[in-house]
Design a protein around this ligand. Structure first.
Ligand SMILES: Cc1ncc(COP(=O)(O)O)c(C=O)c1O
Length: 480
């Protein structure tokens, strides 16, 4: 160990703090490593000596070292001690805001005839334009100039009422007073982040997850801790272990048809998640972006339906199942957080467009919404079945096809040594656009996944495109 450690390092641990002592020590050492004060190869003090110096139990130092090692900040050599590892990238939760330029790139469609497996929204020809045109005319005749005045920042009250009715049909008890209308789910995530998070707060996300959420949390300086996804929801052992250590303020999840994996949580995992959130005082942000397209016979209601304690903030977007350009979504807030989110919404954009809200209200009330969803389900069920059947038929058996219960995407795990980025680049040269999976991981992005969207492709394109991608993977396997 370098002799001067105890002279130049000042570490203050506070007993009785909500954060466990070993997490405080972990944070302090991590900071010293990241800012270069403890550089690669530095030998950390022996456990007992360090514990005596800090006036804590040796177990505290052992646990902090263990966590640092798990997250790649240090490594140990048996018999010789713990050393600072080589840090080549940000290893774990980010406390610094990310510049906008680091947002994941948007994949542009190179030509009109390319097969687009990247876009995740209904194509223009599936949008109910005629119905909506008539609704707009009715609203304008009815409300005249009122449709264009400033609106209530919480949202047009009749729409909030219509939404609470809609939620009841989905097993969620809601009152219009707790509904906050927002301009898209992305704004919802941002508003929740602004309302709840302070710099340095911990947020848990699924791993992988929706990159727009990572960006919003990071822009608040939150530290992101990722929890691995399994095919029936979060890895609960990992969650239990980390929630005890980090005490996150927020856990961001997609319980139904998770983006990007398509996985849905089992009932048992829904209950375990809520139980752990309750025990450790965390709020859960449930992003329900597509549950209407669950095609299974046993489709589950959103997680919010199980929430007896107002621990879940429910976020619902209409972008994927209606019109993304309408920029319409809502939050169902626990009552004690309504005023705080309302203030943030007001400070962000005063209110969501009144014309849009009034039109959508009428659309819901007239029941046209149900017809639209039924039509969308018919179309997407067919695309979903074609995609899965085609993948099974053409993909090499070494490719793991995760079969979602519905939605618009399918998550593929490539065989060892095959790069998702390279396959996507080759596919693009052959006129197929597909999303490499690494963009969905908050850190340590493994380059062995692809997300295939069937949102804007017809059956013929699905068959052609899957054959091309399968051929590229086969060729890559042959020469690897
Ligand atoms: C999981 C998830 N949440 C939120 C959003 C943002 O949706 P919106 O268009 O409502 O802002 C997206 C968009 O892709 C998404 O995939």
């Amino acid at each position: 160990m370098n002799q001067d450690f105890f002279e130049f390092v000042s570490i203050q641990l506070t007993k009785g703090n909500k954060m466990a002592l070993y997490v405080q020590l972990y944070d302090a050492l991590r900071e010293l490593i990241l800012n270069g004060k403890l550089s690669y190869g530095y030998l950390l003090p022996p456990v007992r000596k360090f514990a005596t110096f800090l006036g804590v139990n040796p177990g505290t130092v052992v646990s902090a070292y263990k966590l640092l090692e798990q997250n790649g900040y240090i490594f140990s050599r048996s018999g010789s001690g713990s050393y600072v590892a080589e840090i080549t990238e940000s290893l774990e939760e980010e406390a610094a805001p990310l510049p906008e330029a680091e947002m994941p790139p948007l994949y542009e469609k190179p030509s009109a005839d390319c097969i687009d497996f990247a876009t995740v929204m209904p194509p223009p020809d599936l949008l109910p334009i005629d119905d909506f045109k008539h609704i707009l005319i009715e609203v304008l005749d009815r409300d005249q100039g009122n449709a264009f005045t400033y609106q209530d920042s919480q949202g047009f009250y009749p729409l909030r009422q219509a939404i609470s009715q809609y939620l009841k049909q989905h097993g969620i008890k809601a009152q219009a007073e707790n509904v906050q209308i927002i301009s898209g789910a992305q704004q919802g995530i941002d508003i929740v982040a602004k309302a709840l998070l302070n710099f340095g707060d911990y947020v848990f996300t699924e791993n992988p997850t929706y990159p727009g959420a990572i960006a919003a949390f990071r822009s608040r300086g939150a530290k992101i801790v990722d929890i691995d996804m399994e095919c029936d929801g979060l890895d609960i052992a990992d969650l239990e272990n980390k929630i005890r250590s980090f005490r996150p303020k927020l856990i961001y999840v997609m319980a139904n048809l998770q983006n990007p994996t398509g996985y849905s949580y089992s009932v048992a995992k829904r209950n375990r998640l809520l139980g752990l959130a309750r025990r450790y005082g965390a709020l859960v942000l449930e992003d329900d972006y597509i549950s209407e397209l669950d095609f299974s016979a046993t489709a589950l209601a959103p997680l919010k339906a199980l929430d007896r304690e107002q621990r879940v903030i429910y976020l619902k977007s209409f972008s994927k199942i209606f019109m993304p350009g309408l920029r319409l979504a809502f939050l169902l807030m626990p009552p004690h957080l309504v005023a705080r989110t309302l203030a943030v919404k007001h400070n962000s954009d005063i209110s969501t467009s009144g014309l849009t809200q009034r039109a959508f209200d009428l659309y819901l009330r007239k029941g046209i919404w149900q017809n639209h969803i039924a039509a969308l389900r018919r179309i997407y069920l067919e695309r979903y079945q074609t995609t899965l059947a085609t993948l099974e038929q053409f993909m090499p058996v070494e490719v793991v096809i995760n079969r979602p219960l519905g939605g618009m995407t399918c998550w593929l795990e490539l065989p060892d040594g095959i790069s998702g980025r390279k396959i996507a680049a080759k596919a693009l040269q052959q006129g197929v656009l597909i999303t490499p999976g690494d963009a969905f991981f908050p850190r340590h992005a493994p380059d062995r996944f692809l997300r295939l969207s069937f949102a804007v492709v017809c059956a013929e394109q699905i068959i052609q495109g899957v054959q091309k991608v399968a051929g590229i993977i086969q060729e890559a396997m042959r020469i690897r």
